[in-house]
Design a protein around this ligand. Structure first.
Ligand code: AMP
Length: 185
C-alpha cells in the first residue's frame, strides 16, 4: 500500500463486522499502534474493584459502558509513546457524548457495512461470553441508534469511507486498502 498521510484512523462497524481483525492487520501493515476499545475495557474489567465489576455487568448485558471510563482509558492509551506516530482505533467513539468526553481527533473513519443477519450468524459462532442472542440484539440496536449518528457526523466532515463487510477477511482488507488509497489521491 502507498504511504498514507492519515495517521489517526478508525475502523467502525457493528459487532461481528470483523473490525478488530481489520484494525489489527492495518495497524501492523502501517506500523501504527492499535487501540481496541473493547479490549481496553475487558482488561480494565479484570480488576475486581467497583469500576471493574460495573464494567463486567455492562459488557455482559451488551450495554455501552460509562463514557467517562472509556474516554479516560482511550485518552491514556493515545498519549502513550507507542501511539506518537499514529494509531488505528477500533470501537471509539460510539456516541456523541463520548466525542464530548474525549475527541480522538480522527483523520479518517472506515465504516464496515454489513447486514444484521450476517452479523448474528457470525457472532453466534464466535461464542464470546457476551455473544448471547440478547446481547447481540442489544448491541446491534445500540449500534443503529447511537453509533450511526457518529458515522453521519464524520460523513458530513468528509472523513468517512464505506466498505462492504460481508465478504471474507482478505477481500475486505483489499477493499479497505483500495478505498484508503483512492480517498487520499
Ligand atoms: P467490542 O470488543 O467492540 O465488541 O466491545 C465489547 C463491549 O465493550 C461492548 O459491547 C460494550 O459493552 C463495550 N464497549 C466497547 N467500546 C465501547 C465504547 N466506545 N463505549 C462504550 N462501551 C464500549
Amino acid at each position: 500500500m502507498t504511504e498514507l498521510n492519515y495517521k489517526r484512523l478508525c475502523i467502525m462497524g457493528p459487532q461481528g463486522s470483523g473490525k478488530t481483525t481489520q484494525a489489527t492487520m492495518l495497524a501492523h501493515e502501517m506500523g501504527l499502534c492499535e487501540i481496541d476499545a473493547g479490549q481496553l475495557l475487558r482488561d480494565r474489567a479484570m480488576q475486581n474493584d467497583d469500576v471493574g465489576v460495573k464494567l463486567q455487568n455492562d459488557m455482559v448485558e451488551g450495554s455501552l459502558v460509562d463514557d467517562s471510563v472509556i474516554a479516560s482509558l482511550v485518552k491514556e492509551r493515545i498519549e502513550r509513546e507507542d501511539c506518537k506516530l499514529g494509531f488505528v482505533m477500533d470501537g471509539y467513539p460510539r456516541s456523541h457524548s463520548q466525542m464530548e468526553a474525549f475527541d480522538p481527533k480522527l483523520d479518517l473513519i472506515v465504516y464496515i457495512e454489513i447486514p444484521d443477519q450476517v452479523v448474528i450468524e457470525r457472532m453466534l459462532k464466535r461464542g464470546r461470553v457476551d455473544d448471547t442472542p440478547d446481547g447481540i440484539q442489544k448491541r446491534l440496536s445500540i449500534f443503529h441508534s447511537q453509533t450511526k449518528e457518529i458515522l453521519e457526523y464524520y460523513a458530513k466532515e468528509g472523513k468517512l469511507i464505506k466498505v462492504d463487510g460481508s465478504h471474507g477477511i482478505e477481500e475486505v482488507a483489499a477493499e479497505i486498502r483500495k478505498a484508503l488509497n483512492e480517498h487520499q489521491s
